[in-house]
Design a binder for this molecule. Structure first.
Ligand SMILES: Nc1ncnc2c1ncn2[C@@H]1O[C@H](COP(=O)(O)OP(=O)(O)OP(=O)(O)O)[C@@H](O)[C@H]1O
Length: 688
């Protein structure tokens, strides 16, 4: 039976309830801005979902709500939660109302939609395609060659570095010189050339009608710098809500302020202690400065009761974050008691680390805990290698999040490139990739073909009219025919046509064609869930599916499997048991992140994020030696490691310290190190 009063709010604590009910007046006037500082596991997601549901129940129009989350998955989970809450009052009408929440998505995704809608007002062609990071680096590289910078005597920064510099300037809205000085001092001597390169890059993008990731925010920010457009877009939404605000950058803050200059109807939620995306120029200042942008100041609600973790787990996490240099949120508290301290486990090396985890995971499963309730977290995707081998050997299914993405695979990129090329035939990066697939067409002829066609009014017809390249033969005819068919076919039939065209090339290029073909079928499956080619390409480029089931084969949805995830991808999630790999200096903090104080602080927050994912059971594992990653495939360089500096001696008492396996001298004697034979000497002796 439907609830009549606000019973659905009764499960909330007083602070959560204050955040949910803030500024909702019976006469429908829109309330003042709200900042919710929500500690880990304090019910941030739950609170935001209740707020949206409460707004809908009290009569707000879901079509006039803009809800921005960190990933598309988070947006759809949020919408489902809203529906579940609203259903208690609205019954079946709840589904209709939440289906009308069409403006829920990521900042970049929403930006892309608005730019298409307002393209005319900003003199832009709405049929633009979006370059992912790799496409952007390729285009930048092309411009770098054209300007002759790749042939400089001293080494010009690589395409990846150039893109990172460009991206930071754009997102942090900082001048090139400042970015070079602060983050890339070794590139400071190239400031003039980099400026030329970036100017050329911007020109190339415009000519080809492509935008990169950063452009989606940059163009959006530029668009709303026009007060008329800002008012028009801002006026479409009564409520603008942003989750994970600690991981937004300056451009995103600029956009929000332009949409809602007086802050009415604006809600942002976040936790400064979990800010882990500064490499994307996210700044924790956004959340700290938010209240003072408005007059009167934004209302602040702090959620500091943690519902997720037991007291000992939380005490250890509080201990780690308590040593942070700058802190704004208070310590979290919980009522969940337990006698089990988190474990700090010393193992000999990464192989033992993997064995320890398997032993624990299986013993938990024996005791009734599903694999899915357990997660192994790591700083960098490559750290899980030895564990993946052990899991595969022991037949334990797992799914890995973070690291290599499905869409990074060459064959998936090939198919998407053709789709992108049909969508926007001026996109030279896509065109180049596709032409390069044809036998007999090398880089020079691909460039020549694009030169002859991309400037034409109808590049695809122009391409079809070109004389057949001498060495391409029948492959050329099939290609041109396919292009023609796709540009007129109905979505999602296009993608099947492309697969049929691509299959012989796949078989020619890759030995393991059969496996790769399975990925393409999966891509087709994903595509059928999107209403149009444009939406499919946009959404997929902006927020690619990130699970790879690696060697274990793709598990079915309702099967049980262990979760492996980078800490970054574990954001917002929780598990009964959590195992953190390589809690040693060099991994946490990572060697790469141990430069500046700010970087080091972010590494500390990463460990905090990992620890606060655990509900009952937390294992931090410290291998005494580990292999240095990034060396040649079978390199065997290893280093001796020490416990992370983020857990100094005085915090160790918060943990149950263990050594695994328990010392057993008979079973595991260390090799006798006294010299018995000197083989090197023998070898030399052979030639004397
Ligand atoms: N009022 C409440 N009463 C009981 N349980 C709650 C309450 N609010 C939240 N929880 C529970 O607390 C846990 C954490 O909630 P949620 O995932 O919303 O936290 P979060 O703040 O988003 O966490 P994080 O920022 O660490 O990702 C969930 O299991 C949720 O069901």
């Amino acid at each position: 039976m439907a609830e009549t009063t606000d019973q659905y709010l009764e499960s909330l604590n007083p602070e959560q309830r204050r955040a949910v009910e803030h500024g909702i007046a019976p006469d429908g006037t829109i309330g003042s801005p709200l900042l919710v500082i929500a500690g880990a596991g304090s019910g941030k997601t739950n609170t935001l979902a209740h707020r949206v549901a409460h707004l809908i129940i009290k009569g707000a129009d879901p079509r006039r709500m803009l809800l921005m989350t960190f990933s598309r998955r988070a947006a759809s989970e949020m919408t489902q939660r809203v529906e579940r809450i609203a259903r208690r009052v609205l019954g079946d009408k709840a589904g209709i109302m939440t289906d009308a929440l069409t403006w829920a998505g990521t900042f970049h995704g929403i930006g892309a939609r608005l730019l298409r809608e307002y393209a005319e007002a900003i003199c832009f062609d709405p049929a633009f395609t979006i370059h992912d990071r790799e496409d952007s680096a390729d285009l930048l590289n092309l411009v770098r060659h054209e300007l002759g910078f790749s042939k400089t005597e001293t080494r010009f920064p690589t395409k990846g570095t150039c893109l990172a510099i460009y991206s930071r300037c754009v997102n942090a809205q900082a001048p090139l010189e400042a970015v070079l000085g602060q983050h890339y001092p070794w590139c400071s001597g190239w400031a003039d050339e980099l400026k030329q390169l970036f100017a050329g890059y911007v020109e190339a993008k415009q000519k080809q009608n492509v935008l990169d990731y950063d452009d989606l925010l940059l163009w959006w920010a530029q668009m709303v710098s026009d007060p008329g457009i800002a008012q028009e877009i801002g006026g479409r939404f009564d409520h603008v809500m942003v989750d994970e605000y600690q991981d937004t950058n300056r451009l995103q803050a600029t956009i929000l302020l332009a949409l809602k200059p007086d802050g009415r109807g604006l809600t942002v939620v976040g936790d400064d202690a979990q800010s882990i995306y500064s490499f994307r120029a996210a700044t924790v200042r956004n959340i700290l400065d938010f209240p003072d942008h408005f007059s009167p100041r934004a209302e602040i609600v702090t959620l500091d009761r943690n519902y997720r973790s037991t007291h000992p787990v939380l005490a250890a996490a509080n201990g780690v974050i308590g040593l942070a240099r700058e802190r704004f949120t208070k310590n979290l508290w919980t009522e969940r008691c337990s006698a089990q301290l988190p474990r700090l486990v010393t193992v000999r090396d990464e192989a033992d680390q993997a064995r320890y985890i398997v032993e624990q995971v299986l013993s938990n499963r024996e005791q009734g805990s599903r694999l899915k309730e357990q997660a192994v977290l790591f700083r960098t995707s490559s750290h899980s290698g030895p564990l993946e081998v052990e899991l595969t050997r022991r037949n334990i299914p797992f799914v890995k999040f973070g690291g290599l993405k499905f869409l990074d695979a060459a064959h998936v990129k090939d198919v998407l490139a053709l789709l992108k090329f049909v969508e926007n035939p001026r996109d030279r990066v896509a065109g180049f990739r596709v032409l390069h697939l044809l036998p007999g067409i090398g880089p020079a002829s691909a460039q020549r073909i694009l030169d002859q066609t991309t400037g034409m009014a109808d590049p695809i017809s122009a391409l079809a009219a070109l004389p057949m390249p001498p060495r391409a033969g029948q492959d050329w005819t099939a290609f041109v025919e396919t292009l023609g068919n796709i540009s007129y076919s109905e979505w999602p039939a296009d993608i099947e046509r492309i697969r049929l065209w691509y299959t012989p090339h796949l078989e020619r290029i890759h030995e393991d064609a059969e496996m790769r073909l399975a990925d393409l079928l999966q891509l087709e499956q994903i595509a059928s869930g999107y209403p149009s080619r444009e939406r499919f390409l946009t959404e997929l480029t902006l927020d690619p599916p990130d699970a790879t089931s690696d060697r274990s084969g793709p598990p079915l949805r309702d099967e049980d499997y262990l979760i492996l995830s980078t800490i970054h991808s574990a954001k917002g999630q929780e598990w009964k048991s959590v195992y953190a790999l390589n809690v040693v200096d060099g991994c946490m903090p990572s060697d790469l992140g141990a430069g500046t104080t700010a970087e080091l602080e972010e590494e500390r927050r990463l460990l905090y994020v990992a620890m606060t994912r655990a509900k009952d059971d937390l294992h931090l594992i410290v291998p005494q030696r580990f292999f240095v990653h990034g060396q040649a495939a079978r390199g065997d360089r290893h280093v001796y490691a020490s416990r992370t500096r983020f857990i100094p001696d005085h915090l160790v008492k918060l943990f149950d310290r263990q050594t695994w396996p328990a010392a057993n001298p008979a079973a595991r004697s260390t090799p006798n190190q006294t010299v018995q034979i000197d083989i090197r000497e023998r070898m030399r002796g052979m030639w004397r």
